[in-house]
Design a protein around this ligand. Structure first.
Ligand SMILES: Nc1ncnc2c1ncn2[C@@H]1O[C@H](COP(=O)(O)OP(=O)(O)OP(=O)(O)O)[C@@H](O)[C@H]1O
Ligand SMILES: [Mg+2]
Length: 472
């Protein structure tokens, strides 16, 4: 039988004694320390799997001790015990890497589950089970990750089409990397030192899209107080990426067709013809053939856009790329969030590879971000992935996971949805800022005030970059 070693650190002998009684089980070996310094030397000699530590001790304080312990043993879980009402120190302890904090007097059932959970993360971070995340080379910005044959086909296609000026239509499910590939085609083309301009045809109302694409002259409409060049002019000699091209109106489709055929157009309110050299890459996750059949998309435009068609594989057909992608995202986000590198045990990788990923790479990326925020002790356990998944939107429909989702009217267009989310985010950010100011940065009190869980508050603090508002 595997024996798990627990070190109890508390200046009160009675507390240590109670723990020894509670864990009187041949599966556990309990050692004890009466203060911080003793704890440090015990950790050296006993090599415990878990430390339970009081935060208020004479001499070296619990906070100083935990900093030293985590510096020397980042993977050793430390559970902090506190008297009621010492929340400020709790926040600091969690920041220094405590696994969890428990308030005295203890709820024995909760204590036991927390201890089992901590021992489980320790098992996953032990040498023989551990797979470290390697620092990814992220200086070159967004990279395309993957070495499966499915992704290699994509690389080959990019290489083949990059040099020529042909129009490329990128298709594939949501989150498969269409925008990423469009940028890659531009980067490998002769136009790479000229602009890459992206425009999302679904996010902008039709009338606005027209002036965005083609520009306008002063006085073209009531509020046109100056003239403005459109994306086609800005992208001259470069690449224009028309994202979600299926959502363009038929009128605009006709105008677009003309630019593709002749390379010319007029700004709105002008009869001067402008000539440009623009390489057009377009993308959609909709079925354009079906849109043509229902007369929502022009067939002639379709053939102009898809001189070459690049179809991106859904993630479920190349699960062999998941470890590499996981490694890349975790390494990137650990660095960006300035948190220690995490490790991912093989069990977690297997679980990730078994998933069907309806939201593809974006869903994997979001799940990992969330798991990082929720992680305790720098290890991404399978359980953590399950928890992160439960709270994750299935695709890019962030709105549906929003706490105010039930208030969102149905049948919004994509643009209205985004606008709605934008407004909600503003309100939410302000509320959280106010709550934190009111509680002087105390997250425990602020989450109670807002009626949301602490985990959700932590996530929102990250999202809205409110770290400056929280107490140290
Ligand atoms: N092969 C890959 N390597 C690294 N990152 C990737 C890869 N594929 C996708 N991503 C990342 O996944 C996320 C989604 O990709 P992207 O926005 O390009 O998807 P999309 O196909 O345009 O999705 P949608 O149809 O929903 O707009 C981005 O953060 C992108 O960087
Ligand atoms: Mg996209």
């Amino acid at each position: 039988m595997e024996i798990r070693k627990i070190l109890i650190v508390d200046d009160e002998e009675f507390v240590r004694y109670s723990f020894k009684k509670l864990f009187k089980d041949p599966g556990y070996q309990i050692s004890e320390a009466a203060n911080g310094l003793e704890a440090l030397s015990q950790i050296k000699s006993v090599e415990p799997d878990l430390v339970l530590m009081d935060i208020e001790m004479p001499g070296l304080s619990g906070l100083e001790t935990i900093q030293r312990v985590k510096a020397a043993h980042p993977m050793l879980p430390v559970i902090i015990m506190t008297a009621y009402g010492t929340t400020e120190r709790v926040i600091a302890a969690m920041k220094y890497g405590a696994f969890e904090y428990l308030e005295k007097p203890f709820d024995v059932a909760r204590l036991k589950t927390t201890i089992l959970e901590a021992l489980e993360t320790k098992r996953f971070s032990d040498e023989e089970n551990r797979v470290d995340i390697l620092p990814a080379d992220t200086h070159s910005g967004e990279q395309i990750i993957g070495s499966s044959s499915a992704i290699k086909e994509v690389y080959k296609m990019i290489g083949k089409v990059a040099a020529s000026d042909v129009s490329v239509l990128i298709t594939g499910e949501s989150g498969t990397g269409k925008e990423l590939m469009a940028k890659a085609i531009h980067r490998y083309s002769d136009r790479s030192d000229k602009p890459f301009i992206a425009i999302n045809c679904a996010a902008i109302p039709d009338s606005l899209l027209e002036s965005e694409l083609f520009g306008f002259e002063k006085g073209a409409f009531t509020d046109a107080s100056h003239s403005k060049e459109g994306k086609f002019e800005i992208a001259d000699k470069g690449t224009l990426f028309l994202d979600e091209v299926a959502d363009m109106s038929l009128t605009l489709q006709a105008k677009l067709l003309r630019v593709l055929q002749e390379g010319t157009f007029e700004r709105i309110g002008s009869n001067k013809t402008v000539k440009v050299s623009v390489r057009v890459i377009s993308a959609t996750n909709k079925n354009l053939e079906a849109a043509i059949a229902s007369k929502q998309f022009r067939e002639d435009l379709y053939y102009r856009l898809k001189v070459v068609n690049l179809t991106l594989p859904p993630l479920r057909v190349h699960p062999e790329d998941i470890p590499q992608l996981t490694n890349y995202f975790l390494s990137r986000y650990c660095r960006e969030m300035k948190i220690p590198m995490v490790s991912v045990p093989p069990e977690t990788m297997e679980q990730l590879q078994r998933n069907t990923w309806p939201g593809n790479v974006r869903e994997l990326e979001n799940l990992l971000k969330r798991a990082l925020l929720l992680n305790k002790n720098n290890v991404i356990t399978p359980d953590l992935v399950t928890v992160a998944q439960r709270t994750l939107p299935q695709s890019d429909q962030i709105i549906s996971s929003h706490p105010f989702a039930s208030m969102i009217p149905e049948n919004l267009t994509a643009y209205e949805g985004r606008l709605f989310k934008f407004v909600i985010d503003q309100v939410e950010k302000e509320l959280i800022e106010k709550a934190l100011a009111h509680t002087r940065g105390n997250q425990v009190k602020a989450s109670k005030l807002l009626g949301i869980s602490r985990a959700m508050l932590v996530e929102r603090i990250e999202k809205y970059d409110l770290r400056n508002s929280i107490a140290e």
